[in-house]
Design a protein around this ligand. Structure first.
Ligand SMILES: *[C@@H]1O[C@H](CO)[C@@H](O)[C@H](O)[C@H]1NC(C)=O
Ligand SMILES: *[C@@H]1O[C@H](CO)[C@@H](O)[C@H](O)[C@H]1NC(C)=O
Ligand SMILES: *[C@@H]1O[C@H](CO)[C@@H](O)[C@H](O)[C@H]1NC(C)=O
Ligand SMILES: *[C@@H]1O[C@H](CO)[C@@H](O)[C@H](O)[C@H]1NC(C)=O
Ligand SMILES: *[C@@H]1O[C@H](CO)[C@@H](O)[C@H](O)[C@H]1NC(C)=O
Ligand SMILES: *[C@@H]1O[C@H](CO)[C@@H](O)[C@H](O)[C@H]1NC(C)=O
Ligand SMILES: *[C@@H]1O[C@H](CO)[C@@H](O)[C@H](O)[C@H]1NC(C)=O
Length: 314
């Protein structure tokens, strides 16, 4: 009896011990991987980005007192380094390791190179990288950051397309991509949360998608993209294939209403027109074959009649 109880007590203590170690391990991993990592990340960023040595980051003072840094406990939650003449690159594995960061602004500096992988910033809500010299395409890691509400990449030299993944950022409130070198088409943004949207001054093309959300924005949000068209910006989409292009300019009265009609139905009307043309063309061919057959039959009949007449005369 005594040995049995002793045995089970031992067992319980062992289980508890195992449970607590496992628990402490997992909580440790989740909240504070290492209290030293944030200042290390900030210094690594400074070493590549602050080539003119303006930032007062120094290990002599607590890092939460460094310029632009705001902490919650031992973690950086806001980093605002605006208009500080930063002139290097935003190196990867630096700021992207600040896993409790909510706000990052590097606005109005002279940072060059690509925007690095940001997937470590999974708590990020606000990202201002506008008015720098960033190049290259947008990192797809951006679209793993589901808390993002505010994104400003305007006035850089970013290129490539506007990834369709943007439509899955369902908290997006503010998006500025203006004055870059983006090309391709505009994805069908339809987040009801979206209040500010600007893609002007790029090289975007095709019809602006007629979604409920994009319809709320003024043509100025899309301006200075010479190859954009559609109802939202009140510019007709010209058919690209010459085969289906209009052959003559329409008359004034009818032309105007047709024009308005065309704008409203863009870009769906083009498809309908093409379908109609194909159906018409096919019907025509069938009709032609039928007529030819009838003609041939008629000719044969007439010839037979003539022959019969000849033979009856002879
Ligand atoms: C706790 O983490 C350490 C390494 O961080 C590992 O060696 C150990 O096996 C882990 N213990 C448990 C119970 O998960
Ligand atoms: C760094 O500069 C900021 C603003 O210029 C100032 O508020 C802060 O006290 C300075 N920190 C240190 C450690 O010098
Ligand atoms: C941008 O930064 C420069 C200094 O680098 C400053 O002169 C200018 O006023 C800033 N512009 C804005 C809009 O903050
Ligand atoms: C943008 O980048 C291209 C090369 O990718 C370069 O020719 C051009 O000068 C850059 N423009 C600006 C405003 O930095
Ligand atoms: C966008 O530009 C790149 C080169 O910068 C080019 O390879 C690509 O075909 C362009 N896309 C479109 C849709 O024009
Ligand atoms: C914009 O895209 C067109 C093709 O759609 C291309 O011919 C033109 O060079 C591009 N312009 C710029 C400034 O990249
Ligand atoms: C966009 O979202 C609205 C509701 O917010 C919905 O009514 C509409 O069908 C969606 N799609 C388009 C293409 O607008």
């Amino acid at each position: 009896m005594a040995t049995k109880r002793n045995h089970s007590t031992k067992w319980i203590i062992l289980s508890l011990l195992l449970l607590t170690t496992t628990f402490s391990n997992s909580t440790k991993l989740k909240t504070t991987p290492s209290p030293l990592s944030d200042p290390t990340s900030l210094l690594a960023f400074k070493s590549k980005a602050d080539i003119n040595n303006h930032l007062n980051f120094t290990t002599k003072t607590p890092f939460c007192n460094w310029q632009g840094v705001e902490c919650n406990g031992p973690k950086v939650v806001r980093l605002v380094l605006r208009s500080l003449d930063l002139g290097g690159v935003f190196a990867s594995h630096t700021l992207s390791l600040l896993d409790q960061l909510r706000v990052l602004s590097l606005q109005n500096n002279s940072l060059t190179g690509a925007i690095p992988d940001l997937s470590g910033l999974f708590n990020l809500k606000t990202l201002f990288l506008d008015n720098n010299h960033f190049t290259g395409s947008l990192p797809l890691s951006l679209f793993t950051l589901h808390r993002l509400k505010t994104i400003d990449f305007s006035h850089n030299n970013l290129s490539g397309d506007i990834p369709i993944d943007f439509i899955n950022l369902d908290r997006l409130y503010y998006l500025r991509l203006s004055f870059n070198a983006f090309n391709g088409t505009i994805p069908p943004f339809n987040q009801s949360s979206l209040r500010t949207f600007d893609v002007s001054g790029n090289n975007l093309s095709g019809a602006v998608p007629l979604t409920t959300t994009l319809s709320r924005f003024q043509p100025s949000s899309f301006a200075l993209n010479p190859n954009l068209c559609g109802e939202i910006i009140r510019r007709e989409c010209r058919p690209t294939t010459p085969f289906f292009a209009p052959t003559s300019p329409p008359t004034v009265g009818i032309g105007q209403s047709a024009d308005v009609h065309g704008l409203i139905r863009q870009p769906y009307e083009k498809k309908h027109n093409r379908k109609a043309a194909i159906i018409g063309f096919s019907t025509g061919i069938v009709f032609l074959i039928l007529s030819l057959t009838c003609f041939a039959v008629a000719v044969k009949k007439q010839r037979k009649k003539k022959e019969r007449q000849k033979s009856s005369v002879n």
